[in-house]
Each structure stands twice: as C-alpha cells, then as structure tokens.
Write a protein that binds this ligand. Sequence first.
Ligand code: ACO
Length: 164
Amino acid sequence: MDIRVLQSSDIPHVQQTNITNLPENYFCKYYMYHAMSWPQLSYVAVDVSRPQKTPYDPPKIVGYVLAKMEEEPSDGVPHGHITSLSVMRTHRRLGLAEKLMRQKRAMAETYGAKYVSLHVRVSNKAALALYRDTLGFKVDGTEAKYYADGEDAYGMKMVLDHLK
Ligand code: ACO
C-alpha cells in the first residue's frame, strides 16, 4: 500500500470512496479547494498490489484523509482541521487510517498549526478508538445535533507542538 499526497486526478476516486463510507459528502470543488489551498495536507492510500495495465487505468484508492487549515480560527490560534477520513471496508484494520492520520507534520511545519481538530459522531466507536486511544486526541466538547440527521458530535483536538 502506498500513502501519498492527494493529486487532483485522484479526486473522483476519493469522492467515490467518501460516498461509499460516510454520509457526509462534498462537491468535487471542495476536494479541489483542499488540494489547491493546502497541497501538503491531504493524502490517499493506494492499493499498488494490482499494477496499472495502462497509464489510463485509475489508481485503486482505498482510503484518504482530507485536511485543511482553519481559515478564521475562532480562538485566534492557527490550527488544522481533519475534514474527512475513511478507509474502504475491504482494507480496514490494516493500520491505513493511522498512517494517513500520522502525515500531519506539514500542518505544524509548513503552516504553523498549533493543534489539529476534528468532529466525530458520538456513536462512531471505531473512529473514536482511533483518534483517542491510538493517536492521542482529546475530547474538547460535544456539539449538539452537529450532523444533518441530528446526531451529536464530539469536537476533538490534538496538540502538534511535539512534532516540531
Ligand atoms: N473498532 C475498534 N477500534 C478500531 C476499529 C474498530 N472497528 N477500527 C480501528 N480502530 C482503532 C484501533 O485501536 C486500531 O488499532 P488496532 O488495529 O491495533 O487495534 C486503530 O484504530 C488503528 O486502526 P486502522 O487500521 O488504522 O483503522 P482503519 O484503517 O480500519 O480505519 C476508520 C478506521 C477510518 C474509522 C474506518 O473504520 C472507516 O473508514 N470508517 C468509516 C468512515 C469513518 O467513520 N470515518 C471517520 C469519520 S470522522 C472524520 O472524518 C473526521
């Protein structure tokens, strides 16, 4: 499995992966906005076990993390935000999400982020275990009815100072 920076040609495949795995979906231009504005922050996991037969074969994207810098941070502290993360069912529990999430050094080094934030459904046990137990995020609060279907979100944060 290859973990590499998101390229604009990956976007339709990343969008498909997102639609397959999550109810929070985005227009193509929002992916493009991430890729163009913060090119070092979003990554894909590509299954390279089946080589491309022709240069026109699409890459087999099996996971992604879409990340950005918060443009107008309400606390005035520069920080990054994980917009979306998912891994295809066929490729889960192989450590891919952890690897994708560990690529955040550029947030601190390139953009001066002091911490990274994200939202996660309170019922999402797998993602909570990943963020809290594996990666060291802390729950910062609960946002009531954050999601379109009325579910609450945990706001989570992880300090990035130690990466510098
Ligand atoms: N149950 C409990 N703990 C889990 C689970 C699970 N199903 N999946 C992962 N973890 C935890 C474990 O601690 C695991 O370590 P271990 O395997 O050594 O026990 C650790 O996370 C790392 O697991 P990975 O293999 O890196 O995780 P994976 O690649 O399977 O992806 C993910 C995890 C992204 C949550 C995946 O299940 C998924 O795509 N789910 C659907 C989409 C989703 O919920 N995305 C997050 C939404 S929040 C957001 O986008 C900001």
